[in-house]
Ligand binder design. Structure first.
Ligand SMILES: [Zn+2]
Length: 148
């Protein structure tokens, strides 16, 4: 199974599709290399066709025509339901606890980590509260979290 990932070069903003999971990506346009794991994954799909559509959307959006593009293409990929979206964001927050090798994490560390995956602060705090409610993490003291 191949996963196609759409990333955007942090230097020149050229979107790119990668079908492997490389450690670093070299931008074909400006030559910058950037880290695949920490750069935001704007879109992932098993379908290359969908990834190409999404790359087209990023280009259109950069020209201020994102909404027009969505209407023209009229594809289900732009209608990610709240369930799918929250699952990905949930994973981004959860992964902070496995990827950062520490007993306890401060709120700032988690927010930074989740942010690097494109999850904003408000959403991250919301997810943290859910994780506390479901007992997967513990807030040891205000702003300090521990995985259970
Ligand atoms: Zn570039």
């Amino acid at each position: 199974m191949t996963i196609h990932t759409v990333t955007v070069c942090p230097d020149c903003l050229t979107p790119r599709i990668t079908s492997k999971q490389p450690e670093t990506i070299s931008c074909t346009k400006c030559g910058s290399s950037y880290d695949f794991q920490t750069v935001r994954h704007h879109f992932t799909s098993e379908s290359q066709e969908e990834a190409i559509l999404y790359r087209g959307y990023i280009i259109a959006d950069q020209q201020g025509k994102g909404e027009e593009y969505k209407q023209q293409v009229d594809s289900g990929i732009f209608e990610v339901g709240p369930e799918t979206a929250s699952k990905t964001q949930l994973e981004a927050v959860k992964d902070a606890f496995t990827d950062i090798d520490q007993e306890e994490l401060s709120e700032g560390e988690i927010l930074d980590f989740a942010n690097s995956w494109g999850v904003d602060q408000e959403k991250t705090r919301h997810i943290l509260n859910k994780m506390i409610e479901t007992g997967s993490i513990l807030e040891r003291e205000p702003g300090v979290y521990q995985k259970l």
